[in-house]
Design a protein around this ligand. Sequence first.
Ligand SMILES: *[C@@H]1O[C@H](CO)[C@@H](O)[C@H](O)[C@H]1NC(C)=O
Ligand SMILES: *[C@@H]1O[C@H](CO)[C@@H](O)[C@H](O)[C@H]1NC(C)=O
Ligand SMILES: *[C@@H]1O[C@H](CO)[C@@H](O)[C@H](O)[C@H]1NC(C)=O
Length: 208
Amino acid sequence: MTMDDGRRVTWSKASLIVTAIFLLSLSSSASVAAHGRSSKRFVRSYDEPCKKMRLYLHDILYDYSNSTANSTAAAVTKPTALSTAVSKSGYFFGRVVVFNDPVTEGKALPPALEETAVRAQGLYLYDNKEDYTAWLAFSVVFNSTAHRGTLNLIGADPLAEKTRDISVVGGTGDFFMARGVATIRTDAIEGFKYFRLQMDINLYECYV
Ligand SMILES: *[C@@H]1O[C@H](CO)[C@@H](O)[C@H](O)[C@H]1NC(C)=O
Ligand SMILES: *[C@@H]1O[C@H](CO)[C@@H](O)[C@H](O)[C@H]1NC(C)=O
Ligand SMILES: *[C@@H]1O[C@H](CO)[C@@H](O)[C@H](O)[C@H]1NC(C)=O
């Protein structure tokens, strides 16, 4: 080994130490940003979900015939000219519905619709002239002893498909920086008045 080699070895050791210190400082600033998640580990695994949840969303559309207390969703558009022009039955093209829906672990409607610890807040809109398809954008807001925070979901919802996959694009609180896919399935439907969605939320990036 020449002296030159020796110096190179020493230099690379020094640079390793500097790199290690740099990485340590990076990871500590990451845990500061994660608000006390320092005891938790960030897992990214696209083969196996790091967290799985099955939840049910109950959407009760106010249709003038029912009580306002028993309604969690409201159409915010009049039938669009295009939707009435393209088809007699109407696929509601352009209709936008805003909701603040109860979300439960079981299938039963909760006794107090406004007071569940988990809510789904957002909108869906109908976006097809010749079929029932919708587009969803909403937050699942958790305010329970088990979880606090939000998951934000977005995606196309072709209603004729038995299951539809939508993206979990991010999260906050207990779901800080979470990402994944939610498989949704219409579990029950009463005309255009009520539907229950089964949501299988699989996170592939999360703190565990
Ligand atoms: C709301 O509709 C349900 C059926 O969809 C009915 O059982 C209930 O009595 C209605 N409530 C009111 C206040 O109209
Ligand atoms: C969250 O739950 C707590 C305790 O039940 C309640 O006091 C608080 O108002 C809730 N916050 C929201 C935003 O619903
Ligand atoms: C509320 O509406 C849902 C959906 O139509 C219905 O199943 C339920 O019986 C209604 N509850 C009350 C108290 O009216």
